[in-house]
Write a protein that binds this ligand. Sequence first.
Ligand code: GAL
Length: 661
Amino acid sequence: MDTVTRGQLGVCYFPEHWDAADWPSDAEEMRALGIDFVRIGEFSWGVTEPDPGTINLDWLQDILDLLHSHDIKVVLCTPTATPPKWLVDTMPDMLATGRDGRQRGFGSRRHYSFAHMGYRRECARITRIIAAQCGQHPAVIGWQTDNEYGCHDTTLSYSPVDLAGFRDWLAQRYQSVERLNRSWGNVFWSMQYRHFDEVELPNQTVTEANPAHWLDFYRFTSQMVAEFNKLQVDILRELSPGRDIIHNFMGRILDFDHFTLGAQLDISSWDSYPLGFLDQQRDLFDTPHRLHFARSGDPDFQAFHHDLYRATSGGRWWIMEQQPGPVNWAPNNIAPRDGMISLWALEAFAHGAEAVSYFRWRQLPFAQEQMHAGLLRPDRSHAEGFAEASAVAALIREVEWPTTTKGDVAIVFDYESAWAWNIQPQGETFDYFSLVFDIYRGLRQLGLSVDFLSPSMAASRMEDYAMCLVPGTFTCDEAMANALATTSSRVILGPRTASKTGDFAIPDTLAPLLPDAISPARISHVESLAAGLRVEMRDRQGYLHRWREFATPVGDAAVLASTIDGRPALLRRGQLDYLCGWPDSQYLDQMLRDACHAAGIATINMPDGVRLRRAGNKGFVVNYSDKIVDLMALAGNISVFHGSEKLLPSGFAIIAFDAPA
Ligand code: GAL
């Protein structure tokens, strides 16, 4: 069995949607295009088991043989994102319930609760059947578990089944209900429970539920997702050994811990729809920005997820679904600018992807996604994406892609913190993802390559980076505190970093909860700033917005920057800086430049919409803007060895940094 190596091109294929007479031409045309592998089977439970216990895998066997004869590899999927109607009817309580208390219905997908043991048994059964019959097929190189956990807001579920699971989980976690009452602070508003069986879900309360209650519900749910996935992983490893186990994550889904899940996988992948995301994520992207990048996508959103998901499974990562043209699910479904369908794939390879797979082979003329492009149109003619995918196929064979992807700087990303600040934003514009995303963008505008670390990874690997940012990480455990005490990296903490205990309480000594010997600041109080309300910087451009903290220096901490009213905005003690608010892009830029300078990190002023990912002395440059960019003006001592010195809109180039001046 061969394995997929670097620079592989794939496509998502749904043979069950088409007449089997079309399959041979599909395979031939895929091969001619340069497709190395297809992903198949992800929603096929209804075909595989049309009636309870009646298994039909002949179609899968046939298509595997056919693809194998064309030397096309296969990533098989477990079909568990779409349980068939008969199955739902046998146990209707497997359906998830929304936050509004209403049960979700059959008729689309992801209609299940992760905590339902009966459904888990069914998933294990169908996974076992498919893996036993097809798992050793020589075409099969990998497996995708389920599809996009969390998509369509399907992580948190509030059914009686979830409630029962939550109570058990709490009983195990706290052992005694007195302990739970103490940890949550249930003396407030007479919320004490006498037994674990009295605990309710946090969704249907009159006003807000206890934040500690919510946080535990997120922790419980995240564990349910991990257990659900693990069940399939274990079966696949047993019955289909030697194949890579993969899941396809989604953009900006934060409701479960992707680091925990990624640790079970060989490869994290994600589904990248740049134009859909740009139009959909209205709180991240204002109207001028959305119009400016309407046909190319935001220049940082894709790379953010490439870098984040690469970290979740120890470095190996893929794009499992790449936008091929207009999608059907965004508020507006815009056609990509010429060249972008290629460029998105090339950018992924530049960030270390082993494989990129377009979604999907052929546009289906019926059902929900009939308006979603494919590489082929419904009549088999070539859609716009076809030629661009061919260009990628040619280029990935020509170009040497980076094997090392270590970045210049690291950002700590923490799913619990996303839950915490979603539970208690304390201001309508405080959002964890946006905060981290602003910082990520600021770093990339300085030409820096960014790696993400989970808090536990950061505790051991902070030293690998000259600079590490830890924005909004809600708690600081002992391992992290030890790392901070001994680090030689320049670390920027805040805002809101280490501002709570693990029980979601304000620390006895106020925030941040760091050892006295290293803490640069004591935060006496905080304020959230209404949209448009700014606190200008003193002697610097820019301002704080959204969030501000009132800090006093601790120990020998120095005030590096202040706001106009004379309050500290940035404090420094030893290797630790503390940022006392949410900086606008101008002050962020200044702060990052200064910190890079202090840490000896070289920066480059990247033109609007142009981004760089470095690997050793090589740099991969992508142009999301609609302007021609002179690469030679980026920095001294560079040479261009792939692409043109004048980088066109949608252009891709590879530069070297060590050429003679
Ligand atoms: C993804 C999903 C695919 C398809 C695609 C359309 O979220 O995994 O099955 O629905 O979106 O863009």
